[in-house]
Design a protein. Structure first.
Length: 101
């Protein structure tokens, strides 16, 4: 997908400008060089967001991607250990083994 020439903060400001009613939507699109379709896509995606909300959303997305990476690494380690156990003919440890609750 093509990267936008506008940052998310700029998009929110453009949408706020259009929502203020000072200019028509068509004039706002023309001033910023975007198509009405792009405007509607942005409005659907970013409607009601403020710049602080975008920062928080971006931080949550970054944290989510880190957690997904950690989970993938852990799953790879578990698969490697299981393969090693199978290769050596050892029984696989049960999930409850080693946990004292």
């Amino acid at each position: 997908m093509k990267k936008s020439k506008y940052s998310e903060e700029q998009i929110v400001r453009i949408l706020q400008e259009a929502a203020s009613g000072q200019k028509t939507q068509a004039q706002t699109c023309k001033d910023h060089g975007i198509s009405p379709n792009t405007f509607y896509i942005w409005r659907r995606k970013y409607s009601g967001l403020q710049t602080e909300d975008l920062r928080q959303l971006r931080e949550l997305e970054r944290e989510n991607s880190q957690l997904k990476r950690l989970l993938a690494e852990r799953d790879l380690e578990i698969d490697a250990v299981r393969a090693l156990f199978r290769k050596n003919g050892l029984p696989l440890p049960s999930p409850s083994r080693g946990r004292d609750f």
